[in-house]
Structures are given as structure tokens and as C-alpha cells.
Design a protein around this ligand. Structure first.
Ligand code: SF4
Ligand code: SF4
Length: 324
């Protein structure tokens, strides 16, 4: 049947610190963040209930209405969707908070000690249960976010299962301070996509934004990963623009040049969340200028450039406003 929906509604799930949700997104106008079960601590999942919950959202879309939390989302698409309600092919994992960086913009900075000692539930038993019940389909993607992925105890095991299960795209967000053999394996096989948010080009800015002295280690590991990638666009550096801190052309130049020098062919540009959510309808022109500057510069250097999720929403609102 033809209707508006997205892959997360159809077949996705997000495992967060204390809840599981339809997706992990907050930047749609409607706010996203549709929780399926709150106060979740890792107990076995009643999948029939999950699929019933998702079916109810689909029925709203099938009736021609928009589920309010999804309003304005860039991932909504009108097409013929497969009518199977009982499979999961998109998984986002961000159920841990331990991290070896101290990014100025991170919500964990409010109480780093607590977030670094927070005991997460294990996802491995849930994954094994999904495989046993035959509800997992390797035709979508898996994404690891959370704190720092290489500090998650079950990470290497999970990644190896996803690789062996045949997921064609496993997206990993890492600070790149620690080198992972499982990530290297996935890059060699061409199924891992690695995103490293450097948010700077120079050592000084890196220390200022990331809160740790990890610049040399990060770029050394990035170079090593990039030299192993089967897909030349698999290893990506990301630059989160924090207005008033790193929205500086010289930093952007240094980021792009450093990426190029270290064998990275794909760069991502994002806007800082707190700043964006407070001004999403009122973004000043200088911010669009810095994004346009980076895009042109990246293209001059032969780098593939893309906006990341919030920045894409920001540009979408901007274009809509301009055409009104
Ligand atoms: S907020 Fe967007 S990605 Fe999330 S379920 Fe709604 S439409 Fe899908
Ligand atoms: S790397 Fe991620 S989790 Fe760690 S401090 Fe930075 S934003 Fe927070």
C-alpha cells in the first residue's frame, strides 16, 4: 500500500539508556523521540507488543494523517511500503554513556562522573533473542552511538555478530581515541561506516572542544582506519559547528586539509544541538555562510561533503522559509 512513512516506523528500533524507541531522532518539527517502553533496564522484550505499537503509528499514516511527533521529518517518504509488521532491519544503539572525551556540547558534561560510572544493560541477550525468534533482517542498517563505543564491553562481540549476520551497513560513531580490531575488520569487509566527530582542524581547537589531549592519537587512528577501508567513503570526519566557538573559516580549512592528508574522502557537517533547538526557526545568515563555505572548500579539495541530520533539517527549514 502507498502511504507516507519512514524506515524506522516500518522496521526500526532504538535502544536508549533507559527506554527503547521507534527512532533516536529529535530534530523533526514534531520532536521525534517516540518511546515504546520507558524505564527499560534490559528485560526480555515482548515483540508482539512492539509490532502492535508500530502498527498503530502506521495506521495513522495509512489514513493520510501525520503522526504528530514525526511532523516535518526529512525521513518521511511516500511510497509502496512492504506490509510485513513483524521484522526489524534497522537498529540504533545508544544505551551506554561511558566516554573518554569531554566535548563541550555533550549532555553528559552536566555530570560526567555519573555518566561515566552509569551501569548500562546488555544488548547481547536481546540480539541473540531476536536472531532466535527470526525477527532480524539484514537488509537495513545498524548504528552505534551512545558514549564511546570502544569502551562498551560487549561492543566487539556485537559488531562481529552484525558483520557475520550480513548487515550491509553498520554505522559506528567513535572518538577514535582507541583503535578497534572489529571496526578494522568491518572496514576491510566494506560493511562498516565510521564517523569521527573531530569538530576542529587544529590541535588547540581540538583540545578546547573535545576537552582531552587526543588530537595526534585520533588522527593517527583515522589514517590507519582509512588505509584499511574497502569502500573509499567509509571513514568520515564530522565537524559540529558550535556557533561562537568553532565557526571559524581557518578551522574549517584545517579540518578539510587534515582529512584529505589522512586519506579521508568523505566529510560531514553538523550544527550543535542545544544551539539549534533554541533557534531552529531563527538561524542567522552567518551560519548558512559557514556551511556554504565548507561545502565549496570541500568540493575544491575533491572531498565528498554532506550535511548531517540536524544541519539537513536546518537547511530544509531555511529553504522552505525562502520559498514562502
Ligand atoms: S521522527 Fe522521523 S525518523 Fe523518527 S519515526 Fe518519525 S519520521 Fe521516522
Ligand atoms: S564523544 Fe560523544 S558521548 Fe563522548 S563526550 Fe563527546 S559527545 Fe559526549
Amino acid at each position: 500500500m502507498r502511504y507516507k512513512s519512514c524506515y524506522w516506523i516500518e522496521s526500526g528500533i532504538n535502544f536508549d539508556i533507559d527506554a527503547y524507541k521507534v527512532c533516536c531522532l529529535y530534530s523533526a518539527k514534531g520532536g521525534g523521540n517516540t518511546i515504546i517502553e520507558d524505564n527499560y533496564k534490559g528485560k526480555p522484550i515482548n515483540w508482539e507488543k512492539v509490532f502492535e505499537f508500530k502498527k498503530n503509528i502506521k495506521d495513522i499514516f495509512k489514513s493520510g494523517k501525520i503522526y504528530p511527533k514525526c511532523e516535518g521529518c526529512i525521513f518521511l517518504e511516500e511510497k509502496d511500503w512492504d506490509d510485513d509488521h513483524t521484522k526489524i532491519s534497522m537498529i540504533n544503539l545508544d544505551y551506554w554513556t561511558k566516554c573518554n572525551s569531554r566535548c563541550t556540547y555533550c549532555h553528559t558534561m552536566a555530570d560526567k562522573k555519573r555518566y561515566n560510572s552509569f551501569k548500562n544493560y546488555n544488548f547481547l541477550p536481546i540480539l541473540k533473542d531476536m536472531i532466535k525468534r527470526d525477527i532480524l533482517r539484514p537488509n537495513g542498517h545498524v548504528s552505534f552511538g551512545g558514549g564511546e563505543v570502544t569502551l562498551l564491553k560487549e561492543f566487539e562481540k556485537l559488531l562481529n555478530i552484525f558483520i557475520d549476520f550480513g548487515f550491509p551497513l553498520i554505522r559506528i560513531h567513535s572518538s577514535c581515541i582507541i583503535y578497534s580490531k572489529a571496526i578494522e575488520k568491518g572496514l576491510k569487509e566494506g560493511c562498516v561506516d565510521l564517523i569521527v566527530s573531530v569538530d576542529s582542524g587544529t590541535k588547540e581547537m581540538h583540545r578546547k572542544i573535545k576537552g582531552v589531549d587526543s588530537y595526534d592519537k585520533v588522527w593517527k587512528n583515522l589514517k590507519n582506519y582509512a588505509s584499511k577501508q574497502k569502500n573509499k567513503y567509509a571513514v568520515k570526519t564530522k565537524y559540529i559547528v558550535i556557533p561562537g566557538e568553532n565557526d571559524i573559516k581557518e578551522e574549517i580549512d584545517a579540518w578539510l586539509i587534515k582529512s584529505k592528508e589522512n586519506g579521508i574522502n568523505f566529510v560531514l557537517h553538523e550544527i550543535e544541538s542545544k544551539w539549534f533547538y533554541a533557534r531552529r526557526e531563527n538561524v542567522p545568515d552567518e551560519i548558512f555562510e559557514i556551511f556554504n563555505y565548507a561545502k565549496n572548500k570541500a568540493e575544491q579539495l575533491g572531498l565528498k561533503y554532506e550535511l548531517y541530520e540536524r544541519a539537513e533539517h536546518m537547511m530544509k527549514f531555511h529553504k522552505e522559509k525562502e520559498t514562502q
